[in-house]
Design a protein around this ligand. Structure first.
Ligand code: SF4
Length: 140
């Protein structure tokens, strides 16, 4: 695991990856593909330690409440998330500013944040979705 200060966070389709790389080790994972231009081993998780601060600045400026997704490239519930809580802090911001969340994960650590998904769903008219796909499914 190593840490970076990211310069940007959201993709143009409103996706975000708080971590780059993944420890889950799915054999069918295509996120390791060269087209994603990893400059470090895939299992050496890159942590965007300033992600919550970046996200808050972005959310404050958005005029329209939208659904922001995470998990399409790297799982937001890496084992290190248990201590780092970057995903949890970002969910707290979605809740605070009234944004929806779409989360794809293979980890049951997502259950830790069920209180936030519940609150996000109650506070916004947008839908919040959580997918916990079983091993053997498509990549997260
Ligand atoms: S959880 Fe997703 S990103 Fe991680 S190894 Fe599996 S398919 Fe790849």
């Amino acid at each position: 695991m190593h840490f970076i200060d990211a310069k940007s966070l959201l993709t143009r389709y409103n996706g975000m990856n708080l971590y780059r790389g993944c420890a889950h080790g799915c054999v069918y994972c295509d996120s390791r593909s060269a087209c994603y231009q990893f400059t470090h081993p895939f299992e050496d998780i890159e942590v965007k330690r300033n992600a919550p601060e970046l996200l808050e600045e972005i959310l404050k400026k958005k005029r329209q409440r939208i659904v922001i997704s995470t998990g399409s490239m790297s799982d937001p519930y890496q084992p290190c998330e248990r201590e780092l809580k970057l995903t949890r802090r970002c969910l707290e911001l979605f809740d605070k500013y009234g944004f929806g969340a779409s989360v794809i994960t293979k980890s049951d650590l997502v259950l830790r944040d069920i209180d936030l998904f519940d609150s996000i769903n109650r506070r916004t008219t947008l839908s919040s979705r959580t997918y916990a796909r079983p091993r053997g499914g498509t990549r997260c």
